[in-house]
Design a binder for this molecule. Structure first.
Ligand SMILES: [Zn+2]
Length: 392
C-alpha cells in the first residue's frame, strides 16, 4: 500500500536558492524534451518515446556539467516520465476529440514560476531521515543539500520517493512510502477509548491499561533535579550539569513513553476493527489548567504542572501513533467531540456529578466508573452502540 505525506520544509537561504535552481534546470529539461517531441511530430509525424529521450540524458549531462550534469540522473528521468504521462493523456484526449470533431491543444511549455516539483527516487540523489524524539526530520537532495522538514506525523513504511515541491513561497517535501504489512485478521471488536489521568486508558468493553510505572519514577527524578537546579548558583557549573541531567531525564522519559504508546497502540489495532476516541486538542486542555465543565476531574487530579505536562504530551502522541497504525492496517478510527463524555451517564444521558476522580454518580443509575462511562459514551457517539456488545 502506498502512502504519501506532504510535509513542510524549511530550507536555509542558500538551500532555497539551490532549490529554485533545481526547479529551473528541470524546467529547462522538461521544455527541451517537449520541444523535441513537438518538432518531431510537427515536421516528421514521428512520435518520440520516453525511452528515446532518457537515452539522451547521458549526453545532455556530459555536455552541461555545471547545469544539467549536477543533478540526479534518476530525478531527471522522473521529469521526462512526467512529460511522457502528460503527452500520453494528450494523445488519448486528441483521439477522442477527433471522433467528435473537436481539437485539443498540444501541451504547452512551462514557465519557470509554474514548474514547481521535482521527484527523486529515495536512495538515489535523495535521502530521508525521519524525526527522532521530537527533533526535525531532514530530507537531503542532490544539488540542494540537507533540508529541515517538519514531520507532524509518523512516516510509516519504506520511503520510495521524495518530491521537492514549491507552493507560493512555501516549500514542501512529499514523502511516498510503501507499507507492505501483512493484512491483520478480521475482527468485529469495536471500542470507544477513554484516556485519563488515573489510568492510561479504558475501553468501552472494560479493558484497562494502567499508567506505566516509569511515569511516576521519572516524575520523581525530574522534580528532584528541578529543585536542585533551582537552588544551584545561576551560571555555575553545577547548574549546567543539572540542566543537562534534567534534559537527559526528559529524553529518557520521552523514549520510554513512545515505546509504551507504540506497544499499546499495536495491541489495540491488532484486536479492534474500529476505534473511537475523543478528539482532544491537548494544547487546549493544558491551557485550561483551572478545569473545565467537560473535564473537571482531569485537571483537578493533575495538581502539579509537572504531572500534567507528563500526561498531556502522552495523550496527543498516543492519538497520533494510534491513528497512523490504524490507517496503515486498514482499521477505522473515529474521533468524536469530547464535550461531556465523562459526565453524562452512558445509559440515560443524565448529567452526573463527579465526587471523585474515578467515579461519576448518575441520579438514576448511581455510581459508575468514570473512565468506563466515558469510553462507553465515546463508543456511542461514534455510532458503535455502547461498545459493550463486542466484549472479547
Ligand atoms: Zn443514568
Amino acid at each position: 500500500m502506498k502512502r504519501a505525506y506532504k510535509l513542510r520544509a524549511y530550507p536555509t537561504r542558500p538551500q532555497e536558492g539551490r532549490a529554485v535552481r533545481l526547479l529551473a534546470d528541470h524546467c529547462d529539461l522538461y521544455n527541451a524534451a517537449l520541444q523535441e517531441r513537438r518538432e518531431a511530430w510537427r515536421l516528421r509525424k514521428v512520435r518520440i518515446s520516453y525511452g528515446d529521450q532518457s537515452a539522451q540524458l547521458k549526453e545532455i549531462r556530459a555536455a552541461d556539467p555545471a547545469g544539467q550534469g549536477r543533478h540526479s540522473f534518476t530525478a531527471q528521468q522522473q521529469t521526462l516520465r512526467r512529460l511522457n504521462a502528460i503527452l500520453g493523456i494528450y494523445f488519448l484526449r486528441a483521439r477522442d476529440a477527433k471522433g467528435q470533431g473537436r481539437r485539443v491543444g498540444y501541451p504547452r511549455f512551462k514557465p519557470y514560476q509554474r514548474f514547481d516539483q521535482v521527484l527523486f527516487v529515495a536512495g538515489d540523489g535523495a535521502r530521508w531521515e525521519g524525526a527522532n524524539d521530537g527533533r526535525w526530520a531532514h530530507a537531503t537532495f542532490k544539488a540542494v543539500g540537507r533540508v529541515k522538514v517538519r514531520q507532524h506525523r509518523p512516516v510509516v513504511g519504506v520511503v520510495k520517493t521524495l518530491q521537492v515541491k514549491r507552493e507560493g513561497r512555501r516549500w514542501y517535501v512529499v514523502v511516498v512510502t510503501d507499507t507492505n504489512t501483512a493484512p491483520l485478521p478480521p475482527t468485529d471488536r469495536s471500542v470507544g477509548l477513554d484516556v485519563g489521568v488515573a489510568r492510561f486508558l479504558t475501553t468501552s468493553d472494560g479493558e484497562i491499561v494502567p499508567n506505566p510505572r516509569f511515569l511516576d519514577a521519572a516524575q520523581e527524578r525530574i522534580a528532584e533535579l528541578q529543585r536542585r537546579k533551582e537552588r544551584a548558583q545561576p551560571g555555575s557549573g553545577n547548574r549546567r550539569r543539572l540542566r543537562r541531567a534534567l534534559a537527559k531525564e526528559w529524553r529518557k522519559l520521552r523514549n520510554q513513553r513512545r515505546d509504551f504508546h507504540h506497544k499499546t497502540a499495536r495491541t489495540l489495532v491488532d484486536t479492534c476493527a474500529t476505534l473511537a476516541l475523543e478528539d482532544l486538542h491537548v494544547t487546549g486542555m493544558t491551557a485550561s489548567a483551572a478545569g473545565t465543565v467537560e473535564h473537571p476531574g482531569r485537571n483537578v487530579a493533575a495538581k502539579a504542572g509537572l504531572n500534567r505536562s507528563i500526561l498531556d504530551a502522552g495523550w496527543s502522541q498516543f492519538t497520533r501513533i494510534l491513528v497512523a497504525k490504524a490507517e496503515s492496517a486498514g482499521r477505522r478510527v473515529i474521533l468524536v467531540n469530547p464535550a461531556f463524555t465523562s459526565v453524562d451517564c452512558h445509559t440515560c444521558q443524565a448529567r452526573c456529578i463527579r465526587p471523585r476522580q474515578h467515579t461519576v454518580v448518575c441520579p438514576l443509575h448511581g455510581e459508575l466508573d468514570a473512565d468506563l462511562n466515558g469510553a462507553r459514551n465515546i463508543a456511542a457517539r461514534a455510532g458503535l452502540g455502547s461498545g459493550q456488545a463486542s466484549v472479547a
